[in-house]
Design a protein around this ligand. Structure first.
Ligand SMILES: [Zn+2]
Ligand SMILES: [Zn+2]
Ligand SMILES: [Zn+2]
Ligand SMILES: [Zn+2]
Length: 255
């Protein structure tokens, strides 16, 4: 990736040249709440080139070719350290054989048939992704770690008012967004008060459904809809708890 023309925000250049689409330059397309609500908003929710994941929010695009990259994929570093895996080094790579594993994992494990799943969202890896092979030696038959660039870039904490959601890899719980599905795998966002649990996959789903532009609020925060949903769940659960307490109190006092 080469930065061609920079905006004032050095972390988000306006124009880049990227190896995934070398023939043309890619321009940053921003999404605002107003744009997301405008006709054609469905256009904001389609598959991105590169990682082949659905998209939400800002992207780098070549309009004539209908080519799009997530900002996270376009600006992804070749080597990444993830805060939840302190000692692991992840390398950015393309999926060379769709539906296949990695060269470094496959020796003797016979895993060529299995698809690669993202450790964060449990979804299939279809294109550009981060791979860590370091664990292959530690645990026999272990396929290493893979993670979508978008998932890798999700924040460790999401805060809104009294609620703080933390990214956890070891939380197994019923998800407040999809209570009937227990087996989708992947990590959770858990509120520090342990009231709200959301799959990373469901958090991404909320962002995609919202178009990544803060929806009706007109905010440019791509997580605005997630924060709103989490706060709604939190308050509904607190109300329920309050209701149960009132009933118990009434029984005690009444008895
Ligand atoms: Zn992507
Ligand atoms: Zn093009
Ligand atoms: Zn993922
Ligand atoms: Zn869920």
């Amino acid at each position: 990736m080469t930065i061609l023309s920079n905006s004032r925000d050095a972390a988000a250049p306006w124009e880049i040249s990227h190896g995934a689409h070398p023939e043309h330059t890619l321009r940053r397309q921003t999404t605002t709440g107003a744009a997301a609500a405008a006709p054609g908003a469905a256009d904001l929710q389609f598959q991105r080139d590169g990682c082949k994941e659905p998209g939400a929010g800002d992207r780098y695009a070549c309009r004539p070719c209908d080519f799009d990259l997530h900002v996270e994929c376009a600006l992804a570093e070749t080597v990444m350290a993830h805060p939840l895996f302190k000692d692991a080094q992840f390398r950015l790579q393309e999926l060379l054989r769709p539906g296949g594993g990695h060269d470094d994992d496959n020796a003797g494990s016979g895993s060529g048939s299995g698809s690669i799943l993202c450790v964060a969202c449990g979804g299939e890896v279809l294109g550009l992704h981060y791979h860590c092979a370091a664990n292959a030696r530690k645990k026999k038959g272990y396929l290493g770690l893979d993670i979508h660039p978008w998932c890798a870039a999700l924040p460790r904490e999401i805060r809104r008012e009294e609620l703080t959601l933390e990214l956890r890899k070891e939380a197994f719980h019923r998800c407040d967004s999809c209570p009937s599905r227990r087996d989708i795998g992947g990590w959770f966002y858990r509120s520090t008060c342990k009231t709200v649990y959301l799959h990373v996959a469901c958090v991404k789903g909320i962002m995609i459904a919202d178009g990544g532009g803060g929806g009706s609020s007109g905010s440019t925060d791509p997580l605005a809809a997630v924060k709103e949903a989490a706060l709604r769940i939190y308050r509904a659960k607190k109300d329920e708890e309050g209701e149960v307490e009132r009933v118990i109190l009434a029984l005690v006092l009444g008895g």
